[in-house]
Write a protein that binds this ligand. Structure first.
Ligand code: CIZ
Ligand code: SF4
Length: 301
């Protein structure tokens, strides 16, 4: 069986599989650790393995490699990339650094290693508010996600937050009408939305939070039904954690890049080891600082 072969190779190669909540459930079921990118980066550093197999998008593999230079890091599928990660340029950052002396460049982890190398601190959805709140600089350049940045700006009004115009195509273009239809069909359901969604969606939500936040909230809230406004791969974690609750998803809430991975490719990755993540040494050294700062400041959420 494929599952047995994967487990056998994993033992043989002293490997661990790290999967993001958005990848296919077949992969999450085989993973050693499943979580958001912050958790995966944190756990990777603690593991005593020789190689890490990452099921997610490329920036996740890059961050894990930068934090674990002594380990071999492989992507199941190198073509699984996040379009938002390429929406901001080094020139954008340089321009802002010239305009403001007292500036912190706050970089959502959904970005390339090169962009991280030019940033001051990384954040993810679960710790962005907390980290921005604690920074000493008054001016914040929040890159690249405009929607997450706008959400942080609302929560941290004492900072001057300048937004970049990047976005996640999956969350940004999600239909308000489709959500309204789902709400009408399930009037008792609470709406839990990810801050990568635009304001028109957050306005209809009962709770706004990261993947980890949404999973936590589904347990805290006494409601029995929820409409989930993020990538539907999160269904695996929600349904296995709360088998007695009911979750509804929008059909269109699918990230094609996250879904480029399957069990066949996972097995091929373990057998062939041909998708190793290599990060330029200079970029890796510079990008390590903002990533480590995130791990230091963002672990208390
Ligand atoms: O940090 C992550 O894993 C992402 C991209 C989203 C989230 O809310 O967890
Ligand atoms: Fe990027 Fe959006 Fe896919 Fe996440 S869901 S990997 S932000 S495109």
């Amino acid at each position: 069986m494929m599952k047995d072969r994967i487990n056998e190779l994993k033992r043989q190669e002293n490997a661990a599989i790290l999967a993001h909540y958005y990848v296919d459930k077949d992969i999450q079921a085989l993973a050693d650790y499943t979580g958001d990118s912050f958790y995966l980066a944190e756990v990777a550093s603690k593991l005593k393995v020789d190689c890490l197999i990452v099921a997610g998008v490329y920036f996740m593999g890059e961050s894990i490699k930068i934090l674990n230079p002594e380990k071999q890091v492989y992507m199941i599928e190198t073509e699984a990339d996040c379009p938002m990660a390429h929406m901001v340029t080094v020139a954008d950052i340089m321009k802002m650094r010239e305009a403001y002396e007292d500036l912190s460049v706050v970089c959502y982890v959904n970005s390339t290693a090169e962009i991280k190398a030019h940033s001051d601190v990384c954040v993810t959805s679960s710790n962005a508010v907390q980290i921005v709140q604690g920074l000493k600089e008054k001016n914040i350049y929040f890159i690249p996600d405009e929607n997450l940045g706008a959400y942080v700006k609302k929560q941290v009004p004492n900072k001057h937050i300048i937004l970049h115009s990047g976005y996640c195509p999956v969350h940004h273009y999600i239909s308000t009408q489709a959500l309204e239809d789902l709400k009408a069909a399930h009037p008792k359901a609470k709406v839990l939305a990810h801050p990568e969604c635009p304001q028109r969606i957050l306005d209809l939500a009962d709770f706004v939070g990261s993947t980890k936040g949404i999973i936590h909230q589904a347990g805290e809230d006494s409601a029995e039904e929820f409409i989930i406004m993020t990538e539907s791969g999160i269904s695996y974690a929600l349904e296995s954690t709360y088998p007695n609750k009911t979750f509804y998803y929008l059909e269109e809430f699918v990230c094609q890049d996250m879904k480029k991975q399957n069990r066949e490719k996972l097995l091929a990755c373990l057998e062939n080891r041909d998708h190793e993540v290599i990060v330029d040494e200079g970029i890796a050294r510079a990008a390590l600082k903002p990533l480590e700062k995130m791990l230091l400041l963002g672990g208390k959420s």
